[in-house]
Write a protein that binds this ligand. Structure first.
Ligand code: SAH
Ligand code: SF4
Ligand code: F3S
Length: 442
């Protein structure tokens, strides 16, 4: 029987969480999840469409897979996720080794589709839904360290930032029943997991209404944090326009809610932010940073930024560098603007910044952020942190690694510590990306 499925995931954490849902849907119907692609009968590629290079990478991967298909001619390749949703059937016309296409809200249809994929037949299912949250599906954690896990708490986005394709690939925003979220976190804890990250494109707008009561994001965080003090809770991503004091207070009140906030700034220029439809000003953003520092003085702050959006001047770019100097981020995901079809920018703005200028601006941001991250990490030397051990260090099997509440990776000598344990570590050295430390009894 041809029933071995291999899932390959690209893109954001939400795609990783979705692949676990897909794994669960298929294994319930008798498919087995295969770890070696060379043994698979079906190869599912969960794709990202956020920038053009994300899509190019998938096209390249499809070309590579032709060799594998020559030896195993019955193997069927399916495209899932955001690129599937964005290009739909056209993708099957352009890539003749793709047999099926499934958008992010149609994964329940997968078992039926696979069973109908007779030789040569092609299928696509890309309807978006206003209500699908996969709330009742317990994800299969098939590529896991057994300690940390993602929980999807909402889907979709309707912020329509001018550059962004997500509202078109993921559909309208919808929140998942909080009871199912708490139950999932509870099960994870009982299985030995010690950290959950609650996921959504804009978690601050999480809202569940039922029988006259409303659960907002701060309440949901509290509910998950109260499962057990040994279960750490993180979240991603919060939109600056909705980052409330109430959330910061909830974080301050629960020791196990981690002190790390990812707050994508995108640009430091008021004019650019307006054009991007971000709906906050640099002043508002800095006010939110002050609020974080007020309620959670030891909180780490990370961000996303885009260099070279439509019409960006040198002055706008300098405002972004200035923002980085003011906030002093602990980590940043830094991107060159990539024009995406269908977005507001594609319809109304010009992609007028030459590529070499985008590259130079991006490099300036990267260089500055590198200096700041190293300076921030240098200040950590001498401090003691509670670290959740995740596993053996990639560099040496004599060392373990874990993270502190601030989400910084710390490497230390193995001794007798086990993954899932909390250990107090004193930081002794650092690089821009990693802290190095030693266990202390405290
Ligand atoms: N929901 C999150 C971000 C999701 S996408 C938020 O609103 O912050 C992750 C990041 O990709 C974005 O924060 C942005 O920095 C970047 N990004 C999105 N569209 C892009 C584009 N067209 N070109 C370059 N970077 C982009
Ligand atoms: Fe995209 Fe903006 Fe939604 Fe984030 S908030 S996913 S950047 S549209
Ligand atoms: Fe990419 Fe879709 Fe995530 S476009 S960033 S995989 S929501």
């Amino acid at each position: 029987m041809k029933n071995k499925v291999y899932i390959e995931t690209y893109g954001c954490q939400m795609n990783l969480a979705d692949s676990e849902i897909v794994g669960s849907i298929l294994s319930k119907e008798g498919y087995s999840l295969e770890k070696d692609i060379n043994h698979a009968d079906y190869i599912l590629i969960n794709t990202c469409a956020i920038r053009d290079n994300a899509e190019q990478r998938i096209r390249k991967r499809l070309r590579e897979l032709r060799a594998l298909q020559r030896n195993r001619q019955w193997v069927k390749i399916g495209i899932l996720g955001c690129m599937a949703e964005r290009i739909k059937n056209q993708l099957m016309e352009e890539e003749d080794n793709v047999s099926f296409i499934v958008g992010p809200d149609a994964y329940r249809r997968l078992p039926e589709m696979l069973s109908h994929l007779h030789d040569g037949e092609k299928m696509a299912e890309t309807l978006l839904s206003d209500s699908e949250t996969y709330a009742d599906i317990e994800p299969v954690r098939y590529d896991t360290n057994g300690i940390t896990a993602y929980i999807s708490i909402m889907r979709g986005c309707q912020n329509y930032c001018a550059y962004c394709v997500v509202p078109y690939t993921r559909g309208r925003e919808r929140s998942r029943d909080p009871q199912t979220i708490v139950a999932e976190a509870n099960t994870l804890f009982e299985k030995g997991y010690r950290e959950v990250t609650l996921l959504g494109q804009n978690v601050n707008s999480y809202r569940w209404q039922c029988n006259g009561t409303t659960v907002g994001f701060p309440q949901l965080m509290a509910m998950v944090a109260e499962i057990n003090p040994l279960l750490r809770v993180r979240f991603a991503t919060s939109h600056p326009k909705d980052l409330s004091d109430e959330l910061l207070q909830t974080m301050a009140e629960h020791k196990n809610i981690c002190h790390c906030i990812h707050l994508p700034v995108q640009s430091g220029s008021e004019r650019m932010l307006k054009l991007m439809n971000r709906r906050y000003t640099p002043e508002w953003y800095l006010n939110r940073i002050e609020a974080i520092r007020h309620y959670l003085p030891d909180c780490s702050i990370t961000t996303d930024v885009i260099a070279g959006f439509c019409g960006e001047t040198e002055e706008d770019h300098k405002a972004t560098l200035e923002m980085f100097r003011k906030v002093r981020y602990d980590y940043a995901y830094m991107f060159k603007f990539s024009m995406r079809p269908d977005t507001y920018a594609a319809k109304h703005l010009q992609d007028d910044i030459p590529d070499e200028v985008k590259t130079r601006r991006l490099e300036e941001i990267i260089a500055l952020q590198g200096e700041i991250a190293l300076e921030n990490n240098t200040k950590e030397i001498g401090k003691v942190y509670e670290v959740l051990v995740e596993g053996v260090s990639h560099r040496s099997d004599k060392q373990l690694f874990g993270r502190n509440s601030q989400n910084k990776v710390i490497v230390f000598d193995r001794q007798d510590f086990q993954p899932g344990q909390y250990v107090n570590i004193k930081v002794t050295r650092c690089t821009a990306a990693t802290l190095i430390g030693e266990a202390v009894t405290q």
